[in-house]
Design a protein around this ligand. Sequence first.
Ligand code: IPM
Ligand code: MN
Length: 359
Amino acid sequence: MTESKKYSIAVLPGDGTGPEVVREGKKVLEAAGEKFNIKFEFAEFDFGGERYLKTGETVNPQDVEELKKFRAIFLGAIGHPEVAPGILELGILLKLRFALDQYINLRPVKLYPGVDCPLKDKGPQDIDFIVVRENTGCVYSGHGGVTRKGSPYEVATQVMVYDRQMVDRCLEYAFMLARERKKEGKPGRLTLVHKTNVLTFVGDLWFRAFNEMTEKYPDIQTDYNHVDAACMWMVKNPEWYDVIVTSNMFGDIITDLGAMIQGGMGIAAGGNINPAGTSMFEPIGGSAPKYTGMNIINPLAAIEAGRMMLAHLGEKGAALSIQSAVADACTRLKSLGAGKMGFSTSEVGDMIADFILKT
Ligand code: IPM
Ligand code: MN
């Protein structure tokens, strides 16, 4: 027997239902590993609300250095009802995305057969696209400030920041992805989503950079949508989209819409990617505190995040086997909603792991 491949993976279960879905995600990774002769060395970190409440720490520079040693990071959820909004989001999630320069947030929007879709007359053949969300700039970068705070004349700014290099590296990734997908029979179409009619500085930077890059990718069809119109088209004609590329905040917003048309937060996953460094994979729904510890949360999004992690590591066969198992589970679950699946969290994990090992 050939020696198995080994991957060191940092696991951040995090808050709320994060640990429950991560447990199932790891179960499924282990099953795929067993079948494809891959070993995972998981190392757990306790970043999250509980640790913050005890120690006041979020993520410090040594933590970041430690995480850089891993091939990838598998994250559950960050967010705690007893911690003020912003502290954990900025101090852990965004901190890691920025510090590890995970400049792409990749979010597939794919409706599996058997999953309820809220769009009338739309099915799996209509909903299969992927959003490339820029993940380090925009209004997320912390530029801005407040003066005269608390007075009736308070002024607050939050600046939308992009430089050419940030835009170019994101566009490059999106064009390449459209090309890769085209090889798999997808249309090879890339749509830039922005708001050039109002954001005449930042939007114009994206638009010009995009148009210049089209010359390097004559095989890719390109299109442009304003973000408000994109929300309309995602509902009205989702079949039009193949790859969407957009800036950080627009990507954040449209991928929640995307999650709903693919069956909800129970199945929506994403990857925070640094093509040359340590990437981080996560279910995109939050920590769902009210369902914590009940064994009723849907683990499919975390399992899908694990699948994306394997695909990113180049383990195509293992990733595909997880995808087949998820597709099979989607035909068995009554609903993808927490508490409505007809199965518990751990039963869904078992179902997927068994399918992988039996097929
Ligand atoms: C997401 C989340 C985060 C974001 C929050 C929690 C900071 O909404 O991953 O989409 O805005 O990126
Ligand atoms: Mn979001």
